[in-house]
Write a protein that binds this ligand. Sequence first.
Ligand SMILES: Nc1ncnc2c1ncn2[C@@H]1O[C@H](COP(=O)(O)OP(=O)(O)OP(=O)(O)O)[C@@H](O)[C@H]1O
Ligand SMILES: [Mg+2]
Length: 242
Amino acid sequence: MAFVSAPYAWRCVQPVAVRFLGCPSPALALADRVDELTAQRADATVAQAAEIRRIERDLHDGAQARLVSLGLSLATAEKLMETDAVKARALMRDARAVAAASLTELRDLVRGINPPVLNDRGLVDAVSALALDSPLEAVVSADLRLRLDPPIESALYFGIAELLTNAVKHAHATRARISIAQDDTTIVVDVEDDGRGGAGDRPDGGLAGLRRRLAVFDGTLEITSPAGGPTSVRMMVPCESL
Ligand SMILES: Nc1ncnc2c1ncn2[C@@H]1O[C@H](COP(=O)(O)OP(=O)(O)OP(=O)(O)O)[C@@H](O)[C@H]1O
Ligand SMILES: [Mg+2]
C-alpha cells in the first residue's frame, strides 16, 4: 500500500490507530482507493487490449481474407474477359457473392462491438431484443428512467448477454428473468435462471471478465447459485458514476 503524502510518523501510527478506533482514517481510505483504482485501470487496459486483438483477428481472418480473394477473382476475370467471357462472368458472380458475405461479416462485427438497437434505443429495448432471440423463455421487467452513459449501457448489455448465454450453455435452464431497476444511488440488474446452479468465477471466464468490466465503474457482481439451482446474478453500478 502506498502512503505517498502521509508523513512518516503518521504512516507508522496509522495502522495502530485504525485497529483501536475501528475505522480507517481518510488518508488510509484514500490510499486504499488509489490502490483499487490503479488495479482497476490495469484490468481495464488489459481488457481493452484483448478486445482490440479480437477485433483485429476477426477482421484479419474474415473480411480481410475475403476481400483479398475478391481482388484476385476480379483480376482473373479481367484477364479472361476477351478470351473466355463465360468463365469471366462466372468469376464475377462468385466475386459478388464474396462481397455480400464480407458485408454481412462486417455488419456482424460492428454489431458485436455495439448493437445498433443499444445505440439507438437504449438498454431496455436492446435487452428485450436479446430476450426475444434467446432460446430460453426470457422475461424482462424494467424501471429505468434515463439513458445511461454508453460505456455503462454497453457493460450491462454484454453482461446480460453473457449471463443468458451461460444459462443456455451450462444451466440446462428453460426460463430466465431479467430485471433492470434504478434508485437514487444505484442501477441494479438481476438475471435469474431456473437451471441446475453451480455458477462461479473461473480464471479468464466470462463471469470474471464481467466482474472486471463492472469494477471500472465501481460496479459489483454477486452470484448466488447453489447446487441444484436456481442461479441468480446481480450486477450493481452506482449512479454517482453516471
Ligand atoms: N447460469 C449458470 N448455471 C450453472 N452453471 C453456470 C452458470 N453460469 C456459469 N456456470 C458455471 O460457472 C463456470 C464459469 O462461467 P464463466 O461464464 O465464467 O465461464 P464459461 O462460460 O465456462 O466460459 P466463457 O464465459 O469464457 O465462454 C462455467 O464453466 C459453469 O460451470
Ligand atoms: Mg460464460
